[in-house]
Design a protein around this ligand. Structure first.
Ligand SMILES: Cc1cc2nc3c(=O)[nH]c(=O)nc-3n(C[C@H](O)[C@H](O)[C@H](O)COP(=O)(O)OP(=O)(O)OC[C@H]3O[C@@H](n4cnc5c(N)ncnc54)[C@H](O)[C@@H]3O)c2cc1C
Length: 670
């Protein structure tokens, strides 16, 4: 059993913790850096920026990803933007405000010191990316442009139309490529990490499978960095790339790394609704659209009229009504629940009533009227001009919506519904981003660190790049300075052999089952179960049902899954089988975590714990009936799960969250 959980938060005032920590951190001299080897698993924003920065510093780096190129990592999908507390708008932003918004946005379940550091570093990230040539949108005068995202009242989001992730990743990839060119990064695309190797209690390497040839090999190093992204696909349907999975994190968990807050999943309010059982993927409509789009549902239940036939006074702009101070820019957890409430009330739109409108009608006219001479032109002309402006801001998102639904978001409101989008939980890390396993670092969406129970929009890209460009390069020396590089075990050490053996055994087991159901079939069933019983709303009863059903499904998987083909060539079913086998175990931990957290906070909504009309907070207008009710006395902590063996209930440890600056309060957006 692990000992005390030490987050290693530096002492001293919040504002100087990071500067002091960097100064006090151990340095490694340039000629010694060359002797250290670091494995970076993942080439998304977190992994690519880390691998490039570590190599620039002089370390020997190997970087792994399962895509055919590092620049196809899931980060490329990010649409709306990246936050930075630059205050270019002069609208009252500051490092402190970004810090405060993020702590409050996470419903007071994130570590204060980490969040403050993130806000500090945010300003450097924007400079770094501009220096790398990222084509952020600019104002007419040349200044970088900003827009707003949910849970804030300032405009601090930098963007490149609806392709911010792609442009940022191209920037990080260009740095990575440079270091590949110099020989200090060795890149392994189409290579999947299947085991973490621990020698004498320290992370010393990984075992991987070449996804094209099936060859299994070991890589030893002085430290291992996991930047392997989020696990939202445990729900099968999500906005995440189809390949996103929990395997790297889960296998590290089974070797002793703590898994923190696995039940903290983000449901994004504006995604294209599910349209059929054949679907394998959902599509996000970026939160940036809520800068101008207004969410509404018909006031009348079961109203099947065309949206244009529903008069103004029969529309419920529910976010503006419920949360007037933030309106359509209410944070994601709150906006998602509000959308669900409209649909549960029988006022949803589209097939099955699982949808609400996201409407640009008013924005188009407003933009048109705001053009030169716009006040005196006809409405038709104003709409034409306004449409051009909206196209310039969000054109590719509207095109995407049109391609999927065959409807024009310019001519009629988009139909949207909440969907799984991001995971705040992840492997536990301390302030240095090191897990409880010495030498194992975790970055980006794969760690739990900064977003508490709800992530604010445009903060994931910020965190991934903060971790990779700025934090890990400063903190990894604290660990490496304690290990001698010439003592690194070679890849034929017994622990590597045993780990390779595990991988081979599992591969043979999959191939020999020859059952009747496809891997996807099991995955889909697990996902539906997770969505129904541990999704946007959870109860003790639903979670207990999930916990009873998952082991049965898992047992059937191991008896009846069909993995065709062989292990020594490209075999997509085999790849998926490994990931789904892990999801079938991880889903259980997620439900257990949700069951044990007997409170609601952020995206974790336990129906038993919500504000009602009788509560003074509702009567005084601070929150709405139906908002989440935290229990700070009993749950103001990180839940850290320790693997205790197969078929044994995992152990739940806690890291208390101590707020020195922002005192937890009722989270109000009204
Ligand atoms: C549709 C969409 C839009 C988004 N838009 C925004 C936005 O506008 N702003 C924002 O801040 N956030 C946004 N997000 C969230 C953000 O994109 C992600 O959180 C972020 O990109 C994650 O980056 P990462 O580097 O941690 O992981 P990823 O980009 O997911 O990269 C993971 C890497 O790990 C590798 N990997 C994983 N497992 C293994 C393994 N076992 N072996 C080898 N390699 C492995 C993969 O190959 C990949 O290279 C969006 C998310 C989605 C789904």
């Amino acid at each position: 059993m692990i000992g005390r959980i030490d987050s290693k938060i530096p002492s001293g005032p919040l504002e100087s913790k990071w500067e002091n920590h960097k100064f006090e951190s151990k340095l490694i001299n340039p000629s010694n850096k060359r002797k250290y080897s670091v494995l970076v698993v993942g080439s998304g924003l977190a992994g690519a920026s880390a691998a490039a920065s570590l190599a620039e510093l002089g370390y020997q780096v190997k970087c792994f990803c399962y895509q055919d190129s590092p620049r196809r990592a899931h980060s490329i999908a990010a649409q709306g933007g990246i936050n930075g507390a630059k205050n270019y708008q002069g609208d009252g932003d500051s490092v402190h405000r970004l810090f405060y918004d993020t702590v409050k946005g996470g419903d007071f379940r994130a570590r204060e010191a980490n969040v403050h550091r993130l806000a500090e570093v945010s300003v450097n990230i924007i400079d770094q990316c501009v220096a790398l040539g990222v084509p952020f949108a600019r104002e007419y005068g040349g200044l970088l442009a900003n827009r707003s995202f949910g849970g804030t009242q300032v405009s601090r989001t930098f963007y490149a139309r609806g392709q911010t992730g792609q442009q940022l990743l191209l920037g990080a990839y260009s740095s990575l490529n440079r270091m590949i060119g110099t020989g200090s990064v060795q890149m392994f695309p189409r290579t999947e990490m299947l085991e973490l190797v621990i020698v004498d209690g320290h992370a010393k390497g990984i075992v991987v499978r070449d996804m094209v040839t099936g060859a299994i090999s070991s890589h030893s190093a002085d430290a291992v960095v996991l930047a392997t992204g989020g696990y939202g696909n445990v729900y099968f349907l999500s906005t995440m790339a189809r390949g996103c999975n929990v395997t790297a994190g889960w296998r590290a968990y089974k070797k002793g790394a703590l898994f923190a807050n696995p039940c903290f999943t983000q449901i994004h309010p504006t995604c294209i609704p599910v349209s059929g059982s054949y679907q394998s993927k959902l599509t996000l409509m970026s939160e940036s659209l809520r800068n101008d789009g207004r969410c509404w549902a018909p006031k009348k239940k079961g109203d099947t009229r065309k949206p244009s036939d529903i008069p103004e006074d029969e529309r419920d702009y529910y976010l503006e009504r419920m949360y007037p101070a933030f309106g359509n820019l209410a944070p994601r957890d709150i906006a998602s629940r509000a959308a669900k409430m409209q649909c549960d009330d029988g006022r949803g739109v589209g097939p099955g009533g699982f949808g609400v409108y996201l409407d640009f009608r008013d924005a188009i006219l407003r933009y048109g009227r705001g053009t030169i001479g716009g006040a005196n032109i006809s409405e038709t002309e104003a709409r034409a001009r306004g449409t051009e402006k909206v196209k310039a801001l969000y054109g590719n998102l509207f095109d995407m919506y049109h391609q999927i639904t065959a409807e024009s978001g310019y001519e009629q409101p988009m139909r949207v519904y909440p969907a799984v989008h991001y995971t705040m939980g992840g492997l536990w890390v301390d302030y240095n981003l090191m897990s409880n396993v010495p030498g194992l670092f975790v970055l980006g969406e794969a760690n739990f660190s900064d977003h508490g129970a709800n992530r604010l929009g445009a903060s994931a890209l910020m965190q991934g790049l903060a971790d990779g460009y700025f934090i890990l390069p400063s903190t990894i020396g604290n660990y490496l300075a304690t290990v001698a590089p010439d003592k690194r075990p070679t890849a034929d050490h017994a622990e590597f052999r045993a780990a390779e053996e595990n991988v081979n055994t599992q591969t043979q087991r999959f191939l020999s089952i020859k059952g009747k159901r496809t891997v996807d079939d099991f995955h889909r069933e697990l996902g539906l179960l997770m969505w129904d019983l541990c999704g946007m709303a959870r109860t003790e009863k639903s979670l207990s049902r999930a916990l009873a059903r998952i082991p049965t499904l898992r047992a059937e998987f191991w008896e009846n899954v069909n993995v065709p083909g062989s292990g020594d060539s490209l075999n997509v079913s085999l790849e998926k089988a490994g990931r789904v086998a892990d999801f079938l175990e991880f889903g259980e931990l997620t439900c257990l975590d949700a069951l044990e957290r007997r409170e609601s906070c952020g995206g974790h909504f336990r129906e038993e714990f919500q504000y009602t009309e009788k509560d003074p907070e509702v009567q005084s207008g601070k929150v709405c009936a139906g908002d989440v009710k935290r229990d700070d006395e009993n749950f103001c902590h990180v839940a850290c799960w320790e693997h205790a063996g197969d078929k044994v209930k995992p152990l739940r440890h806690t890291e208390p969250l101590i707020y020195e600056v922002v005192k937890p309060a009722v989270r109000s957006y009204r």
